[in-house]
Design a protein around this ligand. Structure first.
Ligand code: CP
Ligand code: NVA
Length: 340
C-alpha cells in the first residue's frame, strides 16, 4: 500500500524528507503526463469538497483542475454559505462530510481548526492555507526550485526569504528547511513572534537546533550568494487588515523590497525570484488601497514587496510556481486517495 494512503496533508512537519521528495517526484510525473497528453483519470467517481473561509484564485483553481483532470467531482463551499463553524461544529461537519465525500480541501483561519477537522474526519484533509501554514504552496515551490537548479540538489540550495517573516509562507518555508536541510536565510527587521501559538512555538524550538536557518536584518549578508529570493505580501489574509496596519508594515518593511538593487547585491546574475502571489507590484492595483501620502512618503510608485520591473523580469519564476500548484495538489490528492 502506498505510504500516503488515507493520510492528511496538514503541515510539512508531519512528513519526512523522503516523503516530501516522493511527493515532488509524483508531481513531476503528473506534470509530464499532462503536458504530453498522457494523463490517465484515476479519480473517477470520487467526490471532493473544498471548504474555503478565505479568498483564493490559484489554490481553488488548482484543486478544481486537479479534479477535472482526474475525473473526480468537486463541490466548492464558501464558508459564509454553509453552516460550518456557525450552527454546526467542525467536529460534526467532519463526520457528515466524511460520509458524503472522499477528500476535503480546506482553507481557513487557524491551524488548530484544520487539525480538529482532521481528528474527526475519516477521509483525507488537505491544507489549502491557514494563518500558520501553506504546505501545498511550498510543495509546488519545491517542485519549481527543482526545475530551476542544474548542478545542485534541493538540499544544497540557499533560499533567502525577505519581508514579513511572520506569516504562513515563511513558517512553511522554515518547516521545509528543517526537514530538507537547505539553507534558509530570513531577511527582515522583524523577529518571529509566537503569540503563544503552539505551532509557531514548535517551529521556534526546532529552529534553535538547526544550523541551516538564519534570521538577519542585514540585507547585504542575507542576500549574498543566494540561489532563490522569495517574498510575500506584507499583510496576510489572517491579519486584522486596516490602513493603520498597512502603514505600520510599510514603515518597517519598505526597505526590504525585492528590486533591482537587491538582485545586484546577491552577486548571482542567475538568481531566481519567487512569490506565492497575489502580489502588489502594480501601482494601478494598489493605489486605491493607500493614501497618496503613504505612497509618496515611502516612494511606492513601482511596487510594494516587489517592483513591477523584477516581477516581469527574466529572473522571475513566479508564474511557474503558480502553475505547479496544480501538479503538487494533484499529487497530494492522488497519493492520499489511491491505495497503490
Ligand atoms: N498562492 C496562493 O495560495 O494563491 P491563492 O490565494 O490565489 O490561492
Ligand atoms: N501570506 C499570504 C499568502 C497568500 C497566498 C496570506 O495568507 O494572505
Amino acid at each position: 500500500m502506498n505510504q500516503f494512503y488515507n493520510k492528511h496533508f496538514l503541515k510539512l512537519s508531519d512528513f519526512s524528507k523522503e516523503n516530501i521528495y516522493e511527493l515532488i517526484k509524483i508531481s513531476e510525473k503528473l506534470k509530464n503526463n499532462k503536458k504530453n497528453f498522457k494523463e490517465k483519470k484515476k479519480l473517477i467517481n470520487k467526490n471532493i469538497i473544498l471548504i474555503f473561509e478565505k479568498n483564493s484564485t490559484r489554490t481553488r483553481c488548482s484543486f478544481e483542475i486537479a479534479c477535472f483532470d482526474q475525473g473526480a467531482h468537486i463541490t466548492y463551499l464558501n464558508i459564509k454559505d454553509s453552516h460550518i463553524g456557525n450552527k454546526e461544529s467542525l467536529k460534526d461537519s467532519a463526520r457528515i462530510l466524511s460520509n458524503m465525500y472522499q477528500g476535503i480541501g480546506y482553507r481557513g483561519k487557524y491551524q488548530k481548526n484544520i487539525e480538529n477537522l482532521a481528528k474527526y474526519s475519516t477521509i483525507p484533509i488537505w491544507n489549502g492555507l491557514t494563518n500558520e501554514f501553506h504546505p501545498t504552496q511550498i510543495l509546488a515551490d519545491l517542485l519549481t526550485i527543482k526545475e530551476n537548479i542544474k548542478n545542485k540538489k534541493i538540499d544544497q540550495i540557499k533560499l533567502s526569504y525577505i519581508g514579513d517573516i511572520n506569516n504562513n509562507i515563511s513558517f512553511s518555508l522554515i518547516e521545509a528547511s528543517i526537514i530538507i536541510g537547505f539553507e534558509l536565510c530570513l531577511i527582515s527587521p522583524q523577529k518571529i513572534k509566537s503569540n503563544n501559538n503552539f505551532y509557531i512555538n514548535n517551529i521556534i524550538e526546532k529552529m534553535k537546533n538547526s544550523n541551516n536557518i538564519h534570521i538577519t536584518n542585514n540585507i547585504d549578508i542575507g542576500i549574498k550568494g543566494t540561489d532563490f529570493i522569495y517574498t510575500d505580501i506584507w499583510v496576510s489574509m489572517g491579519e486584522k487588515i486596516s490602513l493603520q496596519l498597512w502603514e505600520k508594515k510599510i514603515k518597517k518593511l519598505y526597505t526590504y523590497q525585492v528590486n533591482k538593487l537587491l538582485l545586484k547585491k546577491s552577486q548571482n546574475k542567475n538568481i531566481k525570484v519567487m512569490h506565492c502571489l497575489p502580489s502588489l507590484h502594480l501601482y494601478n492595483h494598489y493605489k486605491n488601497l493607500f493614501t497618496n501620502e503613504i505612497i509618496s512618503k515611502y516612494n511606492l510608485y513601482n511596487g510594494l514587496e516587489i517592483t513591477d520591473e523584477i516581477f516581469e523580469s527574466n529572473n522571475s519564476i513566479i508564474f511557474q510556481q503558480a502553475e505547479n500548484k496544480i501538479h503538487a495538489i494533484k499529487a497530494i490528492m492522488m497519493a492520499s486517495l489511491l491505495k497503490e
